[in-house]
Design a protein. Structure first.
Length: 247
């Protein structure tokens, strides 16, 4: 059904340890305090390798509590049996850092939006995720690509009519490029000290502001508007003369 593989023993162990810090997921947690004999849900984590498979998994819904999926350095673990409340973590060395709880079923139905969320989480630093500053500005763009399914490999593209943002990742790091006639030049001194996500959002914010501004009319459009104005003025004057003659 999904192109997934079981988590490695190391991933399984580290995620189970992280779950012991969550009152809903830990052994003897909130859901089973009244009747511990009902606690029969195992910790099951699988790794996903494409946005299509991740989208299909999340759209399916009705996942059991403690069911989780790993994507790159992210993990999404269901906190409500049969629900849609995903505890979201980012890997930081051997540890998993929780930073968000998301309803993802509706987001997954819009592939562009799911890519934007996952790419942002993958691109953002652990600290940005912890402060919930992980989401790139939408800017009315269409988001595509596989959004870094592997720890050192992947890509994402945000595309508009005259604008394209691309982030390509490999073992050497992530390379950010912008193209298009709607590209806004951000001074280098303003980019100094920015994280990758901050640099992306600075460009997207400038692009978004420009697309909201009224377009400057071309010379041909101004000439046409002047001709129409002259014609309207002429008609108005002829109508006025006709009324004067009638009197």
């Amino acid at each position: 059904m999904y192109n997934m593989a079981p988590a490695t023993p190391e991933e399984q162990k580290s995620l189970e340890e992280a779950c012991q810090k969550n009152g809903w997921l830990k052994r003897g947690g909130f859901a089973w305090q009244d009747d511990p004999y009902l606690e029969e849900y195992p910790y099951e984590f699988d790794r996903c390798f494409s946005m299509d498979d991740l989208s299909d998994f999340l759209k399916a819904g009705n996942w059991a509590i403690r069911q989780g999926v790993i994507y790159g350095d992210l993990a999404f673990i269901q906190q409500v049996d049969g629900g849609d409340e995903w505890w979201t973590l980012k890997q930081d060395g051997p540890d998993w850092v929780p930073f968000e709880s998301l309803s993802l079923q509706a987001i997954a139905k819009e592939r562009s939006e799911l890519v934007r969320y996952v790419a942002g989480m993958r691109i953002a630093t652990v600290e940005e995720c912890k402060h919930l500053d992980y989401l790139p500005i939408s800017a009315g763009l269409t988001w595509g690509g596989n959004a870094f399914p592997y720890l050192d490999d992947g890509s994402v593209i945000a595309r508009g009519e005259n604008f394209l943002m691309s982030v390509e990742g490999n073992y050497l790091g992530k390379m950010l490029t912008f193209k298009g006639i709607d590209l806004i030049d951000i001074p280098e001194e303003e980019q100094e000290g920015m994280t990758l996500l901050q640099a992306i959002n600075a460009q997207l914010k400038a692009y978004e502001a420009q697309t909201k501004e009224p377009a400057t009319p071309t010379l041909e459009q101004r000439s046409q508007e002047a001709r129409l104005a002259a014609e309207h003025q002429g008609k108005a004057e002829r109508a006025s003369d006709a009324r004067s003659n009638e009197r």
